[in-house]
Every structure is written in structure tokens, then in C-alpha cells.
Design a protein around this ligand. Structure first.
Ligand code: SF4
Length: 247
């Protein structure tokens, strides 16, 4: 994989500085891959606590995801509301599951544990409604535990301000450029941790509207120290808003 703007990796000092602030980030509970995909899809542009509550209600209503393939969108919407875009997500979910079943014969995504990561990302992002962030979270946060960095709006904003990725790239280009910079020997646990360090950093310090550069553990390595949001228009490829990115 080649990148037009990849720099020598700065991910290790970023990880180490943020770990000193937030502590080590370890994976605990993991969903199966299909559940994680559904959770990520309904969580787009929605706060995590709202998403988790909606996901739990949805899973209680459809304990066997197979029954979701024939569910009425209106009924799904009533269950997942108030996630952002509940009506659109309610229409997407049965279609997504039916396409998976058509392509695979069932809803089992465990085969993705054995595919090369790039091919697994490609397979997932060809599914309707599955963007690179949802695909990456399906691979990285589920029981698949693949070595993939989940790039949400917070991760994107922080890494862009750090100069690790260029502004204006698509979500997949940003993902590819960051993956290109992953140090040799990093595991899925390292990438899981990097996401869960960058995300709270973006939520609490390197926020969109008022980055607290004076308090930032990365200010000695950040070329954008002192930036304000007026100088720093967000790239919209990730469709997020400050504080809400979904898992
Ligand atoms: S120095 Fe400022 S712009 Fe750079 S990462 Fe820290 S908070 Fe963000």
C-alpha cells in the first residue's frame, strides 16, 4: 500500500504520550462481528450511550438477527429512535442483512477472521451502508479482533492536526494512510488502544471548536499547536459531529 503523504511513523510517540494521560486501553467485552456491525451502523453520528441503549433494545426485540431480515422498517425505527437518522438506518438494516445472506448463504461473518485485512475491508465496504469506519469497527472491535485502526471523526481530526494525514481525503484514503504508518510489530491490541486514546483526546482536549493546546500532551510534536476551529475546517468524509462518533 502506497501513500502520497505518509510521513515516517509518529504513531508510537502519539500513543505513548496519550497513554500517559488516559492510561492503557484494553479490550474487554467484544460482540460477535454481525452484532458489532449492526451496533456501528446504528451508532453513526450518535452518542455512545444512546447507541448502546438502542442496540440493546434492538437485540431484545430481535434476539436472532435472522428475523431482522424481514422486519418492517417502521418497527425498527421505533425501537432504535432516538439515534440520529433512525428512519434511514431502519431501512438500511434489513437490506444489509439480506445482502449478506445472499452473498454468503447465512449471516455468519466469522470468515473475515481469515481474509487479508485489506480484502476484508473491501468486502465489507461493498455492502450497502457500510463505510470504512463501520467496516473497521466490525473487524477491530468484534471477536474478530483484526489489526485495523478505527478512524472516527475524533481520530481523523487529531491525526490531521498532527500532520499524519492530509485534509480532504476520503474516509478510505485517511484509513489507508494511517494504516501505512503503523509501526512494524504493532498488533490488533496496539491499534485498538490507539483508537481509544485518540478518541477521548479528541473529545476532551483536541476538540473541534476549542482545542486546549496549552493542556495538550502532544503539543511538543504537533505542527498545529494553537489552532482554532476557524482556521481548521473539518473534513466531512466521516459525517460526524463533535462528541458523537459511534463505536
Ligand atoms: S496541540 Fe492543539 S491541535 Fe495539536 S493535538 Fe494538541 S490540542 Fe490538537
Amino acid at each position: 500500500m502506497q501513500s502520497p503523504y505518509a510521513l515516517p511513523s509518529d504513531l508510537t510517540p502519539v500513543r505513548d504520550r496519550l497513554r500517559a494521560v488516559f492510561g492503557p486501553q484494553l479490550a474487554n467485552h467484544r460482540l460477535d462481528p454481525l452484532s458489532q456491525m449492526i451496533r456501528a451502523l446504528i451508532g453513526t453520528r450518535t452518542y455512545d450511550e444512546v447507541t448502546w441503549a438502542a442496540f440493546i433494545r434492538l437485540h431484545q426485540a430481535f434476539p436472532d438477527w435472522e428475523t431482522l431480515t424481514t422486519a418492517e422498517p417502521d418497527g425498527i425505527e421505533a425501537i432504535i429512535d432516538p439515534v440520529v437518522g433512525a428512519d434511514q438506518k431502519a431501512r438500511q438494516l434489513p437490506i444489509l442483512l439480506r445482502v449478506i445472506r445472499l452473498k454468503r448463504g447465512d449471516l455468519d461473518l466469522s470468515f473475515l477472521a481469515h481474509e487479508p485485512v485489506d480484502e476484508a475491508m473491501d468486502w465489507l465496504t461493498r455492502l450497502p451502508g457500510i463505510n470504512p469506519k463501520i467496516a473497521a469497527s466490525t473487524l477491530a472491535f468484534s471477536t474478530l479482533a483484526r489489526p485495523v485502526l478505527v478512524v472516527d471523526p475524533h481520530v481523523h481530526r487529531v491525526t490531521r492536526r498532527l500532520g499524519l494525514v492530509a485534509a480532504g481525503g476520503t474516509a478510505r484514503q485517511v484509513y489507508d494512510d494511517l494504516m501505512f504508518q503503523v509501526p512494524q510489530g504493532w498488533t490488533e491490541a496496539d491499534l485498538f488502544e490507539l483508537h481509544w486514546l485518540l478518541k477521548p483526546h479528541g473529545q476532551s482536549i483536541c476538540s473541534h471548536f476549542d482545542p486546549a493546546c496549552a493542556l495538550c500532551a502532544l503539543k511538543d510534536i504537533c505542527p498545529r499547536v494553537g489552532v482554532s476551529h476557524d482556521q481548521d475546517r473539518e473534513v466531512l468524509a466521516f459525517g460526524g459531529r463533535d462528541g458523537a462518533s459511534g463505536r
